[in-house]
Design a protein around this ligand. Structure first.
Ligand SMILES: [Zn+2]
Ligand SMILES: [Zn+2]
Length: 70
């Protein structure tokens, strides 16, 4: 079962893009897969669980699940 991220956890997370200086996105960060760092992400939402699922667009490996605030 992948780890489910909530707002408290997301608020302290940082962009993990290699070589990024974070100057252009002070309050944002971007999700990237570790397996294919330059690949697109595949994002889906499940209305049964209220979870946003972010997968690697190249191989489908799950990056994380995000709990949507209600
Ligand atoms: Zn950054
Ligand atoms: Zn991948």
């Amino acid at each position: 079962m992948p780890h489910i991220l909530n707002r408290q956890q997301l608020d302290v997370m940082q962009c993990q893009m290699p070589g990024c200086d974070h100057k252009n996105h002070p309050s944002q960060f971007f999700f990237h897969s570790r397996c294919h760092i330059t690949a697109d992400c595949e994002v889906s939402y499940d209305n049964k669980t209220g979870l946003l699922k972010i997968d690697c667009g190249e191989c489908g490996t799950n990056i994380c699940l995000v709990e949507v605030a209600g």
